[in-house]
Design a protein. Structure first.
Length: 412
């Protein structure tokens, strides 16, 4: 099969009959090097060799995927990393967040932890909360020891199944946003998930926060990591910042701590004012099935009534983005009551049938009309709805090809 990839496990290397559970320090490698001098590079070179083997298997055409447990500086070039054997306990869910943030800011962006814990059996509440946290982390999978009980989402009752399904669907809807963040990590070494202080370095009160984090510069999430709680404290940083609750669209000022009520099916997630996030309008059974599904752009206005964002798109599997410049980088801006979509990198050329179907603007005043300047130069009035209570504008029926330049004008 052409979708078979590799997982390098136990590649510390693990040798269970020794005092250090690895190769003896004095074991000799090629060239007379002792293991103590090469230990930290062992897993690095194994992942590198595996990735190179997968590339050669495809004749140099297809990107590899290699998951590794052992890694070193530079391993981010060859695949994903997970945090190893964790336990189905609340303390392990809690500690997974700072572990992944540490990995992210040191360059290992494609990282995650085993959902539900590798060892032992998670209670339903813990399993739900772990899904809700991991769905907003770069590497996302449920994995456990062969001797643990089965833990498929549909084995814990209809309500648990529903919540986990909704959580996974939300991740799939946000995959265009995630993919763009991976592009930025690849080209700019920007961490995909990041501590609050990365975005707000002058705010000392963010320095010790390790129970919430940013996804790119646009989303803030506070996973629930304790059993039975109904409220959490959420720090919304930034003097002069605005934050929008992703589900209710309620707007909050920055530089404050909120006491937020949570239920089993809710986690505090906020979009930062001044950002634009691309989402898929429909979630199907696989990413391949969703390839031509249309997009919605979520615009969260800041105090200057402006916002910006980007979207990267290519075929998702080959090196054509690199070798043939077959990609699109689109830049979105909202300023002076005008939304614009333009090319972000003239080198890229990629044909797609995908369209932008709607633009949702949070924090906007109600316009008298909205007009679109279409790719053919014509100006057409566009249908929109407006929620007065939420200050939420929904511009619908656009059908603009993702590769085309276009504008929307809000008239007052």
């Amino acid at each position: 099969t052409d979708i078979l990839f590799m997982w390098n496990d136990m590649n510390e290397p693990a040798v269970f009959d020794g005092p250090e559970l690895t190769m003896p320090k004095y074991a000799l490698h090629a060239g007379g090097w002792e293991h103590r001098e090469l230990h930290n590079l062992y897993g690095f070179y194994q992942q590198w060799a595996t990735a190179e083997g997968l590339i050669r298997r495809s004749g140099g055409n297809e990107r590899p995927f290699v998951l590794t447990r052992s890694f070193f500086a530079g391993s981010q070039r060859y695949g994903a990393v997970w945090t190893g054997d964790n336990v189905a306990e609340w303390s392990y869910l809690k500690i997974s967040i700072p572990m992944l943030l540490n990995l992210s800011i040191t360059g290992i962006s494609f990282c995650g932890a085993d959902v539900g814990g590798f060892m032992q059996n998670p209670e339903p509440e813990l399993l739900v909360r772990w899904y809700q946290a991991a769905a907003y982390q770069p590497f996302f999978r449920n994995h456990s020891h062969t001797e643990t009980e089965r833990r498929e989402p549909w084995l814990f009752g209809d309500n648990i199944t529903r919540i986990i399904r909704e959580t996974i669907r939300e991740r799939y809807a946000l995959l265009p946003f995630w993919y763009t963040l991976f592009y930025m990590a690849h080209t700019k070494a920007e961490p995909i998930i990041r501590p609050l202080w990365v975005e707000f370095p002058e705010e000392v009160n963010t320095f010790a926060v390790d129970d919430e984090y940013m996804i790119g510069e646009a989303l803030l999430i506070h996973p629930v990591v304790e059993a039975g709680i109904t409220e959490v404290n959420v720090l919304l940083p930034g003097m002069g910042e605005l934050w929008y609750h992703l589900r209710t669209l309620q707007r909050f000022d920055g530089e404050q701590t909120l006491r937020v009520s949570v239920t089993l099916d809710s986690v505090p997630i906020y979009q930062r004012g001044g950002t634009i996030i691309p989402r898929k309008t429909q979630v199907l059974r696989s990413t391949k099935a969703m390839k031509t599904v249309s997009y919605t752009l979520y615009v969260a206005l800041n105090l200057e009534n402006s916002a910006r964002g980007k979207l990267f798109l290519d075929d998702g599997h080959s090196f054509n983005y690199q070798n043939k410049n077959q990609f699109l980088l689109r830049r979105f801006t909202f300023k002076d009551n005008t939304f614009s979509a333009v090319c972000g990198d003239e080198r890229g050329q990629y044909c797609t049938d995908c369209v932008v179907e709607s633009v949702l603007v949070m924090g906007a005043a109600r316009p008298t009309c909205v007009t679109a300047q279409c790719p053919d130069g014509q100006e057409n009035p566009m249908h929109f709805t407006y929620d007065v209570k939420k200050s939420f504008l929904n511009i619908e029926g656009l059908q603009f090809n993702l590769g085309c330049d276009w504008m929307l004008k809000l008239n007052y």
